[in-house]
Design a protein around this ligand. Structure first.
Ligand SMILES: [Zn+2]
Length: 404
């Protein structure tokens, strides 16, 4: 799981990271790399390493020589055991970083099966999914929806019907407990200009009592980001989005949609690694290429994408210095929705209200990639209005793009 491959003179490239993050996108990844490489030379060496490592992975898979085992004798357990473990694994993790690194994260489980390129393994996966409760199956939704997986999972249409019905019911229960009024809440957001000339680091944003900055990380998502945008538009709310470069490269039109709607788009590295654990040069490549991918998606110079957030909030003193030196304003948060972990919309709603009532001001962290986040958002905006909170959005000072 932690095999590392050193390519050329660059920093080590984690083969499993490449496999997990890019294998299911291999049809399009090479084209994206070709497309973006001429545009930002700072990221070129990093992307070249990704391309080389990707070729190794693809060649390995094509030859059927995968070293990844998911069979009955594998140390991680049978396919069935692994799939059944996904929910308890989520529940036991305290941090998102640990969850992403887990061998029992749904992405890790399904990618191990994918790497086998075995119809029998996919059939075993379908059988295991069939045994899961809805709230366990839901964890695998994004994996099931990936085109490379969809085409191999004969049970996918039936699974997705179940998952859709599960979310409809969960949304219905929240709406029953906390009904939305017929006229959606109107909030509007005050823009707070950020002086880019200073070494800015924001945790609670030094906001006044009652001021809340809503932030979304890890998008853009193929379908959920647009739904978030529509909910914000109806409420008149603007937010700060911190996009993963890889996702912005996959969905540049959605990145542009976010910016066109008046939101501020910052970057969040290229592939969302834990920068606290990476060698410095590799971490710097991640930061630079993430920002370059987002700016390319938006069609703006990198100087127009000055806001940055460390994945998991994890950083080293040297990395903090690096982002400050290159003129980034860095955002953390003082309220965490925990929307990666709290999958039940009603529970998520209550947790966010508790966070808001406790802190009363500051920056709240969401992810626009989760279904439960989309479901709770209109309810939360209504509660903000009812409780008299004001929403604010941080904007780079002097940027023509964000002038009111
Ligand atoms: Zn993140």
């Amino acid at each position: 799981m932690f095999a590392s491959l050193v390519l050329g003179a660059g920093p080590p490239v984690d083969l499993d990271w490449i496999r997990t993050s890019l294998l299911s996108e291999r049809q399009t990844a090479a084209a994206q790399i070709d497309m973006v490489t001429p545009f930002f030379s700072r990221a070129r060496s990093f992307l070249s390493r990704v391309a080389v490592a990707l070729a190794v992975v693809v060649a390995g898979s094509a030859g059927g020589s995968s070293a990844v085992a998911a069979g009955p004798d594998a140390p991680l357990g049978t396919v069935r055991q692994q799939v059944h473990r996904a929910k308890s694994e989520l529940q036991k993790q305290v941090t998102l970083g640990d969850y992403h690194a887990s061998a029992y994260h749904p992405t890790a489980i399904v990618e191990r099966i994918h790497a086998l390129e075995s119809a029998a393994a996919w059939a075993e996966l379908c059988a295991a999914f069939g045994e899961l409760a809805d709230d366990e199956l839901e964890l695998f939704e994004d994996e099931v929806r990936k085109p490379d997986h969809l085409s191999r999972l004969s049970c996918a249409p039936a699974l997705l019907r179940r998952i859709d019905a599960y979310w409809r019911a969960a949304a219905g229960r929240l709406a029953e407990a906390h009904p939305l009024s017929a006229a959606p809440a109107q909030l509007e957001s005050i823009a707070i200009p950020v002086d880019l000339g200073r070494d800015g680091v924001f945790t609670d944003g030094l906001l006044a009592e009652g001021q809340i900055a809503i932030t979304f990380d890890d998008g853009p998502h193929a379908t959920r980001t647009a739904r978030v945008l529509e909910i914000l538009r109806v409420a008149g709310v603007r937010a700060d989005f911190f996009e993963i470069g890889r996702n912005a490269a996959a969905h540049p039109e959605i990145s542009r949609q976010v910016a066109a709607a008046g939101h501020v788009v910052g970057s969040h590295t290229f592939s969302h690694p834990d920068l606290g654990k990476l060698p410095e040069r590799h971490a710097e490549s991640e930061i630079e290429s993430g920002e370059a991918s987002v700016s390319l998606a938006l069609g703006r110079p990198v100087t127009e994408v000055p806001f940055f957030r460390f994945p998991y909030g994890a950083k080293t003193p040297a990395e903090m210095l690096f982002v400050q030196k290159r003129g980034n304003t860095t955002f953390f948060w003082n309220m965490d929705s925990q929307d990666w972990k709290i999958r039940n919309p009603h529970q998520l709603f209550l947790n966010v209200l508790q966070q808001l009532d406790r802190a009363r001001r500051g920056i709240i962290l969401f992810h626009d990639i989760h279904e439960q986040t989309v479901i709770v958002l209109p309810h939360l905006l209504q509660e903000l209005r009812v409780r008299g909170f004001k929403t604010v959005v941080f904007v780079p000072q002097g940027s023509v793009k964000y002038r009111d």
